[in-house]
Design a protein around this ligand. Structure first.
Ligand SMILES: NC(=O)c1ccc[n+]([C@@H]2O[C@H](COP(=O)([O-])OP(=O)(O)OC[C@H]3O[C@@H](n4cnc5c(N)ncnc54)[C@H](OP(=O)(O)O)[C@@H]3O)[C@@H](O)[C@H]2O)c1
Length: 236
């Protein structure tokens, strides 16, 4: 666990994968966890609101309801994310590209704005990004674009949270639903995915519980990195 005890946390996208792993780990350490997702967190958390983060107008009322009475969050993890199709840019549908930006980037705006306007004290903000934000490999399409935009979104918001270490973090490979989808992609056409498919079942692709612990263990080190930066957990 990170050196600073975490008593309250907000984790978006905590119905499965990394978000669920983080929620379970934090709860085991005694934290009250608040979460947002479409299908709901299977754990009995301190607060759980179901919302489609692609539905922009629904987010502000959802976060207001979720954080009613909360005055401090030791940790905010903007984790919810969508992969979309692995495809060439030419094949990508503009509706899908927009949806990826909506969920992976813009959905975080009403959440951070609520923390600012509600005067909620925040100890640390981590937005879950990806190596795809910088690698630019063929096929990553709207996902790469949205994660690159997320990195800049975080860098800009960091100015507005001057007391709060704020970073975007690539967590490394994690065996979740997202990787299940990737395992079906044609690697002859998209060679960059060969490394991911080969990592399945190895230490290079831990389960969500192990990956969550790695993220939590990195928090202290992350706080020492200049705020606003993108960090790859594998390089910390
Ligand atoms: N797995 C990896 O190897 C890997 C690597 C690098 C980065 N990441 C990042 O890690 C984060 C978590 O991904 P994961 O691998 O844990 O995938 P996951 O198991 O598919 O989890 C994604 C989470 O985001 C939520 N979400 C997705 N679309 C949503 C929407 N429209 N509205 C509300 N919630 C939504 C999902 O909840 P509902 O479906 O219930 O809505 C779910 O809780 C993502 O940001 C992803 O980009 C993953």
């Amino acid at each position: 666990m990170s050196a600073k005890p975490i008593r309250t946390a907000l984790v978006t996208g905590n119905s499965s994968g990394l978000g669920l792993g983080l929620t379970r780990r934090l709860m085991r350490e005694g934290a009250a966890v608040y979460g947002l997702s479409r299908s709901g967190c299977p754990e009995s958390t301190a607060g759980d609101v179901r919302v489609d983060l692609a539905d922009y107008p629904a987010i502000e009322p959802a976060i207001t309801r979720l954080l009613d009475g909360v005055e401090r969050l030791d940790l905010v993890v903007l984790n919810a994310g969508l992969l979309g199709n692995i495809q060439s840019m030419q094949e990508a549908d503009i509706g899908e590209l927009r949806q990826l930006m909506d969920v992976n980037v813009w959905a975080n705006k009403p959440i951070l704005d609520h923390l600012l306007t509600g005067g909620i004290e925040v100890g640390q903000i981590v937005a879950i990004s990806s190596g795809a934000a910088v690698s630019g490999n063929f096929g990553w399409s709207g996902y790469s674009i949205s994660k690159a935009a997320l990195n800049m979104f975080v860098q800009l918001y960091a100015h507005e949270f001057p007391e709060t270490p704020t970073h975007s973090l690539a967590p490394g490979l994690i065996h979740t639903a997202m990787q299940e989808f990737i395992s079906e992609v044609d690697t002859e056409r998209f060679p960059a995915l060969k490394r991911l498919q080969a990592a399945r079942g190895t230490e290079a692709m831990p389960d969500n519980d192990t990956a969550a612990q790695r993220v939590l263990d990195s928090l202290e080190q992350l706080r020492a990195v200049p705020t606003g930066r993108f960090v790859d957990l594998r390089e910390l």
